[in-house]
Design a protein. Structure first.
Length: 372
């Protein structure tokens, strides 16, 4: 365990994309932030690994080229619900790239540009701008909370009104050539009763299956819910039934508060999932995390308050979180599910509309100093 330096300056709790991006931006702006990340090295995360074009633009603006990490380019989406299928071009090219690779590389980048990165140190409690960590206590001038899906004691999130009954699973597969061909350049979203799955290629010929399923269905699914879902959903069985699993056990996460937007004035700069949580099907959570990091770091560098940062975050991100949450409620219900697939089959432009309506808008990116 590493002893963290004592007090002062900007301290960032959490070294996912939001934390690492904020550390990078602060260091590039002349500060020397301290970032505290509880994991000691690169690790997998429950995530679809769909890196949107907006996320790539944010990374590029930090001097970080995600393209060099070898991800799989994705320019089409295929939607499946039972026997119905629809396909459309995405209005952008995304990247399929593992979080294990992306997050570790961005943290290295933050350290290379001058941030102090303390890995293997956990924040145990937050009290105002004081942190108790496994490496000692410290007080920050500005505290940026970027612990993602995980709440820290003393700084919990208000989950009222959010959808938090879904459980997320993720597994990597080494698949047959036919599956790799079917998924070339394409993300496939499979809607099923009680949830949905995203299947796409990532680097090194691997396939990511990430799914969200209602807790009620999970309870009845028995010991291997992901295996059972693959068996029961003909499309998943066709794609992945014979594929070799790469993780000894699927990763799982419960209680993600979809639709959450932070409102209270607690004196903290909350970034990423600590600021707002957009439903996963949009593939835009990483871009919101990076956008929030940029807004927060710029606010800290300019001496602005957390309240002023929160106003900017809400202006740029609250609408698409609201729209995506409404769409998620509707599209995972039976009739909505059939309408989504039927509608997109008839009019692929709907997909472009849905994609644009649930992303960080170009005007917000331009205000933050980047264009896509
Ligand atoms: C099922 C699912 C699928 C998704 N798919 C996609 C997708 O395809 N595309 C997309 O753009 N978004 C997707 N998302 C959303 C995306 O994963 C998040 O929005 C994004 O990871 C948020 O980044 P973050 O930095 O806020 O949090 P995280 O990436 O969760 O990072 C938080 C970091 O904080 C660290 N940490 C936590 N607690 C502590 C502590 N106490 N002390 C120190 N460190 C701590 C963690 O170890 C972690 O490294 C998905 C989410 C889910 C749940």
């Amino acid at each position: 365990m590493r002893t963290v330096v004592a007090g002062g300056g900007s301290v960032i709790a959490g070294g996912g994309l939001a934390g690492a991006a904020a550390a990078t931006r602060l260091a590039q702006g002349g500060a020397r932030p301290l970032l505290i990340e509880r994991t000691a090295g690169a690790h997998d995360k429950v995530c679809g690994d769909f890196v949107s074009t907006e996320a790539q633009a944010h990374l590029a603006a930090l001097g970080f080229d995600a393209g060099r990490l070898g991800g799989h380019p994705i320019g089409r989406v295929r939607l499946t619900a039972g026997a119905r299928r629809a396909e459309a071009r995405l209005p952008f090219t995304a990247l399929g790239l593992t979080r294990r690779r992306l997050d570790a590389a961005l943290l290295d980048h933050a350290a290379a540009v001058g941030a102090e990165v303390a890995r293997g140190v956990a924040v145990r409690q937050v009290e105002g701008k004081r942190l108790a960590t496994s490496g000692g206590d410290l007080t920050a001038d500005a505290l940026l909370l970027a612990t993602g899906k995980h709440d820290v004691r003393g700084a919990g999130r208000d989950r009222s009104g959010t959808i938090d009954r879904l459980i997320g699973f993720k597994q990597y597969f080494r698949a047959a050539p036919a599956t790799l061909a079917a998924l070339a350049g394409t993300i496939e979203i499979v809607l099923f009763d009680g949830g949905y799955a995203g299947v796409q290629r990532v680097e090194e010929g691997l396939v990511n299956l990430c799914l969200l399923v209602d807790r009620a269905r999970f309870d009845t699914a028995g010991g291997d819910p992901m295996g059972l879902l693959i068996e029961r959903e003909p499309r998943l069985a066709r794609l992945l039934g014979d594929a070799a699993r790469q993780l000894a056990r699927p990763l799982a996460i419960g209680g993600v508060p979809y639709g959450f937007v932070h409102r209270a004035d607690d004196g903290l700069f909350r970034l990423g999932d600590q600021a707002g949580v957009i439903p996963s099907f949009t593939g835009d959570g990483m871009s919101i995390a990076l956008h929030s990091a940029r807004l927060a770091a710029d606010a800290v560098l300019a001496g602005a308050t957390p309240a002023a940062y929160r106003v900017a975050f809400r202006r740029d991100c609250v609408r698409q979180i609201g729209r995506a949450t409404a769409l998620q409620r509707w599209a995972t219900a039976g009739v909505g599910r059939r309408l989504v697939v039927g509608g997109i089959g008839l009019w692929p432009g709907l997909l472009g509309w849905a994609a644009a309506a649930t992303r960080v808008p170009p005007a917000a990116l331009a205000r933050a100093g980047l264009g896509v």
